[in-house]
Design a binder for this molecule. Structure first.
Ligand code: GLN
Length: 536
């Protein structure tokens, strides 16, 4: 097994996750089996209890782990299937160390960051190497070099590098080369200083990956090489991509990153065949058609809150030869001025997942607008619950129908908690999480899209469609097109008379990949295109 550790310097949000994922793409295309993972220095056990404003989207894995959104990049950019082993936080490290201390595992010793905390981190790397099959593990260290909480992770990977030997480990440092407009110059000093900081700890990066707005000329590369103790070829330009994040692997390949990595780690591999990746990127950048799809949510101004949804839309757009312009609509604005103002002129409406009642009435109004005006609708998780509430109120005529998440006293609790969730008192990791099987009903639109009788999708929710209302709502025309195999949980609904009205209790966006768009996203974008063509 070979090990690559990716660190970041100068600023956060450098795109370390994308860089790690893109390197994964390149190495996988060279025939290597790649494992990607992330170490996060914060003290939460996982990001599941964090607000999207703090952390962006929570990415859920098959095994139900609630993880950092960078794991979404890893799974989209490679064929790796990750598990809770692949996102280690300081919270988990300390939980384990303290549990061991209480059980007497360290009897007699003073428990310290070095060696107990660092051993715990190294043990995790070894466990991944033992339990997952692969040729190479790429580990991204969250945060920025110089952060106090990141130190134990850096110390652990330094020690680990010593233990496995220099031919098996490579440190890649990602930095920002700043363009000073006033001086008209690129500045390398922050890069030099962040590498100096890393070398102080005993880590010498073999490759420096420089995020930059402008091309790095040879002088700049030479300067970084000289001050940072790397050969000039190992100073890699990672320029902002113009159109799409999926261009990043192609750009890094042009910079010969994958050749360099393979040389440094003594990996004999052929050149990658990136034809299919290039074709995908070409379809993303040069589509024939154009549609506008509104995403009606409450974290709309935050790019990262619905990350996987936006990516799944890109995948579905590319396969339909469509540029999807996402119109971000704040559900609370709809509450103030009505759905029409914001949704007039869109060819599709998507209501994503969410928690808490802020903005829900705006989402219900958006859903009503879609249903009544025959605009394609796609509801995800909360977006399905919204569709159920809207149908209950405006088609079944139960005016105060609601989810008990928003109104405990409603006379029609069409969305409610299962008994097992009622007993839950602990917030962290206690939702219905991870991959669950759904049986699809033949002769439904859902079945036609999936072309399969059973599917597996990832979940993250507490509330469910209240099956008590199944029959009366079906009598009014709602179709339940997917249920849990035991027939108790409603997973997908659709409206047969509408051009496209589909909503699911799970998160389909988590399984969409560049060359494998998710079937419902594909169908939704196709319906939006039909809508657009009908308008013309
Ligand atoms: N708040 C809803 C629930 O817990 C929906 C969750 C979601 O959209 N992820 O069931």
């Amino acid at each position: 097994m070979k090990y690559i550790f990716v660190t970041g310097g100068v600023v956060s949000s450098l795109g370390k996750g994308l860089a790690a994922a893109s390197l994964g793409t390149l190495l996988e295309h060279r025939g290597l089996k790649v494992i990607l993972q992330k170490f996060d220095p914060y003290l939460n056990v996982d990001p599941g209890t964090m607000n999207p404003y703090e952390h962006g989207e929570v990415y859920v894995l098959d095994d139900g782990a609630e993880t950092d959104l960078d794991l979404g990049h890893y799974e989209r950019f490679t064929s790796t299937n990750l598990s809770r082993l692949n996102n280690l936080t300081s919270g988990q490290v300390y939980t384990n160390v303290l549990a061991k201390e209480r059980s007497g595992a360290y009897l007699g010793s003073t428990v310290q960051v070095i060696p107990h905390v660092t051993n715990e981190i190294k043990d995790r790397i070894r466990k991944v190497a033992r339990e997952m099959t692969g040729d190479i593990i790429i580990t991204e260290i969250g945060g920025t070099v110089g952060d106090i909480e990141g130190l134990p992770f850096l110390e652990a990977i330094r020690q680990f590098g010593q233990e496995v030997g220099p031919e098996n480990v490579l440190f890649i440092h990602t930095t920002l080369v700043i363009y000073m407009r006033a001086a008209g110059e690129l500045k390398t000093k922050p890069t030099q200083q962040s590498i100096a900081k890393l070398r102080e700890i005993g880590i010498s990066p073999g490759i420096v990956l420089c995020r930059t707005e402008l091309p790095l000329d040879q002088d700049i590369k030479d300067k970084i090489s000289l001050f940072c103790n790397v050969v000039p070829e190992a100073v890699i330009e990672a320029r902002d991509t113009k159109h799409s994040i999926y261009e990043v692997p192609l750009k890094l390949h042009e910079e010969k990153l994958d050749d360099l990595v393979c040389n440094l780690l003594h990996l004999e591999t052929p050149q990658p065949d990136l034809t299919r990746w290039r074709q995908f990127v070409h379809r993303v950048i040069n589509p024939t058609h154009h549609v506008r799809i509104a995403v009606v949510g409450k974290y709309i101004e935050l790019q990262d809150a619905y990350k996987s949804i936006y990516e799944a839309i890109v995948h579905a757009g590319a396969s339909n030869d469509v540029k999807v312009e996402v119109v971000r609509v704040d559900a609370e604005d709809i509450e103030k001025t009505g759905a029409d103002t914001y949704l007039n002129g869109v060819q599709g409406i998507l209501v994503p997942g969410g928690f808490g009642d802020r903005g829900t009435e705006g989402k219900i109004a958006a859903c009503r607008y879609a249903r009544e005006n025959n605009v394609p609708y796609f509801g995800i998780c909360l977006g399905m619950q919204i569709a159920v509430i809207e149908f209950a109120r405006n088609v079944c005529g139960w005016a105060d129908a609601n989810s008990t998440e928003f109104n405990k006293a409603t006379s029609h609790p069409v969305v409610s908690l299962l008994d097992e969730q009622r007993k839950v008192t602990q917030k962290g990791g206690s939702m219905r999480l991870g991959a669950w099987v759904t049986d699809l009903v033949p002769d439904t639109k859902t079945y036609k899209l999936y072309q399969s009788a059973t599917i597996t999708e990832r979940h993250r929710h507490r509330y469910e469609f209240n099956t008590q209302y199944k029959e009366p709502m079906e009598a009014k025309g709602l179709i339940i097109s997917g249920m849990s195999p035991d027939g108790t949980l409603t997973e997908i609904i659709e409206l047969p008379t509408h051009p496209f009205f589909m909503a699911c209790q799970f998160h389909p966006e988590l399984l969409s990949k560049p060359n494998h768009p998710h079937p419902i996203f594909y169908g939704f974008v196709k319906a939006a295109l039909r809508q657009r063509n009908a308008e013309d």
